[in-house]
Design a protein around this ligand. Structure first.
Ligand SMILES: *Cc1c(COP(=O)(O)O)cnc(C)c1O
Length: 416
């Protein structure tokens, strides 16, 4: 069991709630920086290593700015995400553009920023050439198709819409070479929230083998491999966290076995983690407003699925702490469903969860919500997105996004 801790207590949050009504997100700068450093330090053996934070996991510009000071880049897949990176001062090869089914204007913007463009299909090479002109550096996203080792854990990549087949990869690099593209990269991402370290090692190994094969078959030398994201978070206390140091060491061993002897070094290694960088740093704070006893015992909170969709959408587990009532303190335990106010029965943060006895007015902290949390928010049912706060390293709290108001809900309308 890993004890789920929080960088604040009930008193601290009650003080904050006087200024910022619940629900709100609070991010811990220390934790965010620690997880960013985990990547850069673990891969320090690879001189060209860079982690491009997947902006979709948390598009708050203040967090992106912090990550940038830790030398992380940004991984984008839409025009607004590109604009966000531009707005915080990123440019050129600090930005990775890993999109799919991409509209022309997004390629145009990515090219204008000098971002690394990662193509999801063979036909996109000519599409990009036509709409924006070919850059000097191009990357292709590889879908390895049937990989027995992969299939057993994450499902069949053949069913995934992303990437080029292995044969298309060779064709793509040949074509790019013929068109005069001088610098080339290879991307693959076959994991999602994966906690097994051997899995990433296996992925790196197959990618390194492909890099060798590309060189052998078409005489093209690959400058970087991008291993994508999918590094898992131990959302449940009983789960064993991914050991990134070990993952990086295992990949190092494969690199020394496959890349060094083939004279293919230096080969830069890139990652695009979102979850492992940001999840742990973010907590959704919500207050209990109702208690209901029918066929089940419900705890009603002032946040809902619009603030954090993962439990409702995927049945994902998020640990919950009742502030001021620590686990294992010997008090009464009850089995409850923690629910929001959306008119959808899946709007539940927890089902049949054992929690210390809760009273109306209690504050719940929903853990590990910093990635794919606020970011997936929506306005369905007239539910508005909440504020985001940053607990800075110096202990002070700053609002980094205000809560939406009904005016925001009406902002796209022309009601007279
Ligand atoms: C979503 C996504 C990521 C980030 O995934 P995490 O699970 O947050 O690490 C990285 N790259 C691409 C292309 C993605 O779509």
């Amino acid at each position: 069991m890993v004890l789920k801790t929080l960088p604040f207590d009930r008193e601290f949050i009650e003080k904050l709630a006087e200024h910022y009504p619940t629900p709100f997100y609070i991010y811990d700068e220390k934790t965010l920086r620690r997880n960013a450093r985990l990547f850069t330090e673990s891969f320090s053996w690879n001189s060209g290593f860079k982690e491009f934070f997947a902006v979709k996991a948390n598009p708050n510009p203040e967090l992106l700015k912090i990550l940038r000071t830790e030398f992380l880049g940004g991984d984008c897949s839409s025009l607004p995400e590109l604009l966000l990176c531009e707005r915080i001062g990123m440019s050129g090869e600090e930005i990775m553009f890993t999109s799919n089914n991409t509209p022309a204007m997004e390629f145009v913007k990515a090219k204008q920023l000098g971002a690394i463009i990662n193509l999801d299909d063979l036909t996109h090479l000519e599409f990009l050439e036509h709409c924006a002109g070919l850059p000097d550096l191009i990357s292709f996203r590889w879908n390895p198709g049937t990989l027995r080792e992969v299939e057993s854990v994450i499902g069949n990549p053949v069913e995934a819409k992303y990437g080029l087949t292995t044969e298309q990869i060779f064709e793509g690099f040949s074509l790019a070479k013929r068109k005069g593209v001088r610098r080339l990269g290879l991307h693959t991402m076959v994991a999602s929230n994966m906690l097994q370290d051997e899995f990433f090692c296996y992925t790196a190994k197959t990618v390194f083998e492909l890099v060798r094969e590309i060189e052998r078959r078409i005489g093209v030398r690959i400058e970087f491999v991008n291993l994508g994201g999918g590094f898992g978070v131990a959302y449940r206390p009983e789960q064993i966290p991914l050991d990134m140091k070990r993952v990086a060491e295992m990949i190092h061993e494969e690199y020394d076995k496959l890349i060094l002897p083939s004279n293919l070094a230096p080969l830069k290694i890139f990652t695009e983690s979102g979850r492992l960088i940001a999840a742990e740093s973010g907590t959704l704070i919500t207050r209990v407003i109702h208690e209901k006893n029918t066929y089940k015992h419900y705890i009603g909170v002032d946040a809902c699925m619009a603030n954090l969709m993962r439990p409702g959408m995927y049945g994902a587990y998020h640990h919950i702490t009742v502030l001021g009532k620590p686990e294992g303190s010997g008090g009464k335990i009850e089995t409850v469903d923690v629910v929001g106010s959306l008119c959808e029965n899946c709007d539940k943060f927890a089902v049949n969860r054992e929690l210390p006895k809760i009273e109306i007015g209690d504050i719940l902290a929903i853990h590990d919500a910093g990635a794919h949390g606020y970011a997936m928010g929506f306005q369905y049912n007239g539910k508005l997105r909440c504020a985001e706060l940053l607990l800075q390293e110096n202990g002070l709290v700053r609002m980094i996004r205000r809560a939406e108001t009904p005016d925001d809900y009406f902002a796209t309308l022309n009601l007279t």
